[in-house]
Design a protein around this ligand. Structure first.
Ligand SMILES: C[S@@+](CC[C@H](N)C(=O)[O-])C[C@H]1O[C@@H](n2cnc3c(N)ncnc32)[C@H](O)[C@@H]1O
Length: 282
C-alpha cells in the first residue's frame, strides 16, 4: 500500500466528508439511546498539518486552512469548525480525521470500532484515541469488519467506508462488502466515500450505487475544479444510506458554503440530492 493520508488530510474532500460525518454524529446524539460507529478505513486519527508531507502537497492549505481563513463566520460551517477544533484567527496545526471525530463524539453509552490495515497508522490511531472510553482500534481489513461486527447490539449508529481507491478492484470489493453489511443491518446509517475524477467516472460511480437497488440513498457531491480541469481529484462524493431527517437540506447549505470559498473561479458544483427514493420498485 502506497497511500498515505498524511499528504491529503484536510483537503477539500476531507472537509466535505467530515462535515457530513459530523452532521450524522450530531443527528445520532439527538436521542439518548446508545449508538455504535464503525470506521472501516480509519487512518491515523490525527494529522500534523506542519509535517513535511502536508507541507509538500499543500492540500490542507488549499482546503481546510483556506476555508477557515475565508469562511470562519459561515453559520453553516460552525458545527464542522467546532468539531475539528478550529478557531477564527488561529492557524490549525493538527487535523482530526474521521477516527478522531468519531471518538470525540461518543457519549458514555456509545461505542466505536476503528479499523485500519496499516499497522503503523493503526498504532498512531490507538495513541490518539487512548483514554477515550469504549473505542477499540483494530489492525486489519475494514471490509471484513462489515461482516464480523454488523449488526451491532445497539441497533442504531453509523458506518463510514472511506477507502483510498488504490486497488483496481476496490469498487468490486467495496460493493460486495457493503451489500453484505447492509443485508445484516439494513437500518444502519452508511456513508460511502467515492472520488470524482471526471463526469464520465462520476456517472459510472452513481450507476454502480443505484444498481444495488437500495432505497433511501442520498448523494452528496462537491466538485471544486472544472470537469477534466485537474489531474486527480476534481470532486468528492458521498453516498449516504438511511440519512437522518433534515440532512439533505442541511448538507446542501454546508456544501454550498464550502464550494463558495474553495472553488477556483466558481468551477465545479455542490449538489446534495436523492439518488434513490423511499422504496424501490419491484
Ligand atoms: C482515505 S484514508 C482514510 C481517512 C480517514 N477515514 C479519515 O477520514 O480521516 C484510507 C485508509 O484506509 C487504509 N486502508 C487501506 N485498505 C484498507 C482495508 N482493507 N481495511 C482497512 N483500512 C485500509 C489506508 O491505510 C488509509 O489509512
Amino acid at each position: 500500500m502506497n497511500y498515505q493520508h498524511l499528504y491529503h488530510a484536510g483537503n477539500f474532500a476531507d472537509v466535505a466528508k467530515h462535515a457530513a460525518l459530523v452532521e450524522c454524529l450530531t443527528a445520532l446524539k439527538r436521542k439518548d439511546k446508545a449508538f455504535f460507529a464503525l470506521d472501516t478505513h480509519a487512518g491515523r486519527a490525527v494529522y500534523d498539518l506542519r509535517s513535511a508531507q502536508a507541507r509538500k502537497s499543500g492540500e490542507a492549505e488549499r482546503g481546510v486552512l483556506r476555508l477557515l481563513e475565508r469562511g470562519a463566520n459561515e453559520p453553516a460551517l460552525a458545527n464542522y469548525f467546532a468539531a475539528i477544533g478550529a478557531r477564527a484567527g488561529t492557524r490549525l496545526r493538527r487535523y482530526p480525521g474521521s477516527a478522531a471525530l468519531i471518538a470525540a463524539a461518543l457519549r458514555p453509552q456509545d461505542r466505536a470500532v476503528l479499523v485500519e490495515a496499516v499497522p503503523a497508522e493503526a498504532r498512531a490511531a490507538e495513541r490518539a484515541v487512548r483514554g477515550t472510553r469504549r473505542v477499540r482500534v483494530e489492525t486489519g481489513d475494514g471490509y471484513a469488519a462489515l461482516k464480523s461486527l454488523l449488526p451491532p447490539l445497539e441497533r442504531r449508529g453509523l458506518v463510514l467506508i472511506d477507502p483510498a481507491y488504490e486497488a483496481v478492484e476496490e469498487w468490486r470489493t467495496l460493493l460486495r462488502a457493503f451489500t453484505e453489511g447492509y443485508r445484516r443491518w439494513p437500518t444502519g446509517l452508511y456513508l460511502i466515500w467515492y472520488p470524482i475524477l471526471d463526469e464520465r467516472q462520476r456517472r459510472t460511480a452513481l450507476a454502480r450505487l443505484e444498481a444495488l437497488r437500495i432505497p433511501k440513498v442520498l448523494s452528496a457531491e462537491l466538485a471544486i475544479h472544472p470537469d477534466g480541469g485537474a489531474t486527480g481529484l476534481v470532486g468528492s462524493g458521498l453516498a449516504i444510506v438511511n440519512p437522518p431527517f433534515g440532512l439533505e437540506a442541511r448538507l446542501g447549505e454546508i456544501y454550498a458554503a464550502i464550494h463558495r470559498h474553495l472553488a477556483a473561479d466558481d468551477a465545479g458544483y455542490a449538489q446534495v440530492a436523492r439518488l434513490t427514493g423511499e422504496r424501490m420498485a419491484q
